[in-house]
Design a protein around this ligand. Sequence first.
Ligand code: CP
Ligand code: NVA
Length: 307
Amino acid sequence: MTRHFLRDDDITPAEQAEILARAVEIKKDRFADKPLVGPQTVAVIFDKSSTRTRVSFHVGISDMGGIPLIISTASSQLGGKETPQDTARVLERMVSAIVWRTYAQQGLEDMAEGTTVPVVNALSDDFHPCQLLADLLTITEHRGSVAGQKITFVGDGGSNMAHSYLLACATAGAHIAIASPDGYGPRADVVADATRIASETGGSVTVTTNAVEAVTGVDVVVTDTWVSMGKEDEKAARVATFAGYQVDDAMMAMAKDDAIFMHCLPADRGFEVSASVIDGPQSVVWDESENRLHAQKALLAWLLERA
Ligand code: CP
Ligand code: NVA
């Protein structure tokens, strides 16, 4: 049966480990794994802006012997003129997989329901699971493993990144904490799903408003923009509310001495993170961005073997 990757918990702990192990191998020999020879085409559709996701999928699909078909929604019939289901039924006749960055998670669900080829979430309002595969690969490289690590996300707990951190880290057996201001915490159903998964993997889930407490003694400190795409109208209110949640030198000093700092990028220095932290010695953000390439290649290869 065709597998899709719409949320981080669409894959089991064993499957997540398998994909990450494959990413490690792919990274060692970038052009060796060529599951897209033919060449097969993969459609990569963008409703929102992107640098890393666009480039990493384009390059990754090319590396694997395939052809990336990058589509901007504004110049397509998606986005009000045609349903995701109808679009998928056309694309599946010609492409091997569909990768889509969009707003509502429901659109991805609709597209997956209407097609026989794998659908991959390249970021929605609710989740960013491809980013988390890259982040878990990065944590493994810098900390030796993800299981058992203490990982704290500071910032917008209701964001796609916080939700994906909850599900992906729980799946990996890590101890994940989300620290965000009152009213900006993660969705209750996502916390419940992550807590259930963590109870099976040996991980744990903590949700708090106390950022200092949440970063004390941890291995990994993560943040992301306070103003995700689609939330631009709320910028002034968010900047005021999140003021005490900047990851700065004082906050990093609470974590372990050898803790790493992560950010999916793009970053707003002086807001969610100080320049001294993101450009400092504990930051692994450039490795993290490179790992989008290797992790997504492993994901696509894995999905196509099951399609
Ligand atoms: N991190 C990430 O997804 O970046 P882009 O928005 O540039 O794709
Ligand atoms: N949370 C951010 C991630 C950008 C890659 C956003 O949705 O804009």
